[in-house]
Design a protein around this ligand. Structure first.
Ligand code: PMP
Length: 395
């Protein structure tokens, strides 16, 4: 063991990535696995957005941008928030920060709000960064049981709120379950948080991937279109205590470009911007310029394809196990049938022996009795993988 080992801080030691690493190590030994473990879309970046990135480089837009974000992308996001949520981020009491990925926004929000010993609430199962924010800030995370339906509700969250709770972190559509909260669930969570002086962070990174039955009508001037319910769209005072976090990476298949944003109460955004100035400096400049072109790209064909794949997952797995219907994103959190007497980890390892990669539920939860599978995989591969998983689940 190297002497450098002794230099490592508790916050790094406290993070355990061994569960997922073991699966990836085992998977790396397979020549051509059916990979249902991937957390990113399987379609390429739209041509117009690729062209805009190349144009940004050739136009010498390669230097720092303002920490808050380049003017053009701020304008574009401001317009989309007005249209979608009727938010005025550049006027009134709201504000906007372009961040290095959605992860960047989450880390800055946690750093801006959490003192050592402060607390925040997340649902279990969770996206892996959520509990890690506690290690990064010396805060404490309170895990909320979300029941068999994996739904984070005000009723479940309320008993967990304490004097030291700074925020509740809500994710819809969710990773790992694809669960989409209803308008009522969003409204009740927002009202609970507001009444207790707690911020509601709404991580909506999968907001474009929402399937027909989970969408709600939204009026925009004379037009109307459908969008997922959001705690940020309640109107009046109801959305005042909401920090909205969204991104470009999943929606347009450009996860490596690291593009996200946060919008919400000005005092909080200002502190996050200050922290960004001293850490990430700004989101990648080329990506900021290129993502302006995203505003004109229609992704509905891809969403429809993911909905068809979701239907396939339900059709093949519902007869053999229970899984909450994914209303969005591209994941299903699937229970390992009890009669198998196996943990999620044991099941995922057995699936690797049959050439299928999934992720054990224990990576996303204190409990290890599920697997997460991603349907961001070509249809034929997905079908082949589902056949093997269903066969294993029948036992
Ligand atoms: N939130 C959720 C719920 C996610 O699933 C992910 C990525 N898997 C992120 C945030 C981080 O995304 P980004 O690549 O934009 O940092």
């Amino acid at each position: 063991m190297s002497w450098a080992q002794g230099l490592i801080a508790d916050r790094a030691r406290g993070l355990d990535a061994s569960g997922i690493r073991r699966i990836f190590d085992l998977g790396a030994k397979l020549a051509d696995p059916i990979n249902l473990s991937i957390g990113q879309p399987d379609f390429p970046v739209p041509d117009a957005v690729k062209a805009a990135a190349i144009d940004a480089i050739e136009s010498d837009l390669n230097g720092y941008t303002p920490t808050q974000g380049a003017h053009a992308i701020r304008e574009s996001v401001t317009a989309s928030l007005k249209r979608d949520l009727d938010w005025d981020v550049d006027g009134g009491d709201r504000s906007l920060l372009i961040t290095s990925g959605t992860s960047g926004a989450l880390v800055l929000a946690a750093m801006a709000m959490l003192n050592p010993g402060d607390r925040y609430v997340i649902g279990d199962p969770y996206f892996v960064l959520y509990p890690a924010l506690a290690s990064l800030t010396d805060a404490r995370v309170d895990l909320c049981d979300t029941g068999d339906g994996l739904r984070l509700t005000a009723e479940r969250v309320e008993p967990l709120l304490t004097e030291r709770t700074k925020f509740v972190l809500h994710n819809s559509p969710s990773n790992p379950g694809g669960v989409v909260s209803t308008r009522e669930e969003c409204a009740e969570l927002a009202e609970l948080c507001r009444s207790r002086g707690v911020m509601l962070i709404s991580d909506e990174i999968y907001d474009e991937f929402v399937f027909d039955e989970s969408r709600t009508d939204v009026a925009a001037g004379d037009a109307a279109w459908t969008r997922p319910p959001s705690a940020a769209r309640l109107g009046g005072d109801a959305s005042d205590g909401v920090l909205l976090i969204r991104g470009f990476g999943k929606t347009y298949g450009l996860t490596g470009w690291r593009m996200g944003y946060a919008a919400g109460p000005t005092p909080l955004i200002e502190q996050m911007a200050k922290l960004q100035q001293f850490t990430y400096v700004c989101a990648p400049s080329i990506a900021q310029h290129a993502c302006v072109a995203c505003g004109d790209v229609d992704m509905s064909r891809h969403v429809a394809e993911y909905q068809a794949r979701r239907d396939l997952v339900l059709e093949r797995l519902s007869p053999v196990t229970s899984l909450p219907t994914p209303g969005g994103a591209f994941y299903a959190f699937v229970k390992v049938p009890e009669h198998l007497g196996m943990s999620g980890t044991a099941f995922a390892e057995a699936a690797i022996e049959r050439n299928v990669l999934t992720i054990p539920g224990g990576v996303f939860s204190q409990r290890d009795d599920y697997i997460r599978l991603s349907f961001a995989a070509p249809r034929a591969r997905l079908e082949a993988g589902l056949e093997i998983i269903a066969d294993m689940m029948r036992g």
